[in-house]
Design a protein around this ligand. Sequence first.
Ligand code: C5P
Length: 414
Amino acid sequence: MLNGKKIVLGVSGGIAAYKMPMLVRLLKKSGAEVKVIMTVNAAQFVAPLALAVTSGSEVLTEIFPAASIHNAELNWTQHISLGEWADAFVVAPATCNTLARLATGHCDDMLTAIYLSLRHGKPKLVFPSMDEEMFLAPAVQRNIGQLSGDGCTVFAPEHGELASGLVGMGRLPEPETIVEKIRAALELHGAPQAARKIYTGKKVLITAGATREKIDDVRFISNYASGKMGFALASEAALQGAEVVLVTGKTFLPTPAAVTRIDVESADDMLRAVESHFDTCDVFIAAAAVADYRPAAAAAGKIKKSEAVFDLHLVRTPDILMQCGRRKSPSQLVIGFALEVQNAEDNARGKLAAKNLDLIVLNSADVAGAGFEVDTNIITLIARGGAIEKFPLMTKREAAGKILNRISRFFDED
Ligand code: C5P
């Protein structure tokens, strides 16, 4: 499935590097040619020889061959020829340090040099892997935002056991998953120009799912949203050529192919993740069911129950969509959802104006087959300027197609 594809794999120094010989083996089995580049620190976690043997090729670290600086026979320009050779550039695992070096255009080893010499438009897939706190640190998120803005597809790490013994977001996806992401990216990239959809070259940022607002370490406030509508939008937008960043609350849905997923818990976390990508996106779609209130303070541990009435003091969460509507530049499109029970259309129009949106998607809350958890939806689209389109019951996937189609009609107007 990757027959003849040429892949440069950059390995940096995180514990997940130990999985890379297996990734190389799977890529080779799929028919790809692989050249492995390691940072100096990567060799602390995986033997260069293991990667040389599995890839069948020399593993490079420094820009200039170390053997002998007097030997003119050596290839001094591999950092350029490999950038030209590669059909795709993959960094796995990408550490904080490597993310920072890539984001700032450093060119102090073979990995960073090839990133810069890669031919224009070739897929650049980055798989960060680190401790959760480090991943969520503003500086790291800023670098990820920068890399996404520069055309990289950055895949959020998976949730699970971490090398530190903690459980959280930070795991490198399994090699099989990485192979699938590479395949999907190359397939999208390889689509002939005519077959490319209208979203090629557009960055679409989507929120999905329900947020969780902590009461204490074991309890939270949330809602029934499944994330299905947002995930359908992400999947469809990627198929239509968009670079997609999906910021999602807790959900058990699988990540759609070629979509960068960022898992978050609370409304505050969601706002932070959205802020790090908003300025570089062309389209923002808020499909998440964000909790409107959160406990004023989350208690540490588990609150002990008693017979007394328990008062929980709630405060408002940030309105992510409203903030983005206010902040958007004239070339950006901001789309919201509305779930209304009474005076649905009037309320949706009010929201469109109040949040400075280009389009609002009105869901019917009280109709069978629409709303939370189900696979179908009944939508009405109201655009800035007032034009309204009503659709019958359809799958969320079909509804996603209609919404994206309507949004794309703004591209010509802007
Ligand atoms: O005002 P209301 O909550 O009904 O608006 C719903 C829309 O606003 C949805 O698109 C939802 O994703 C977004 N929203 C948000 N942040 C909030 C509340 C809602 O982005 N705190």
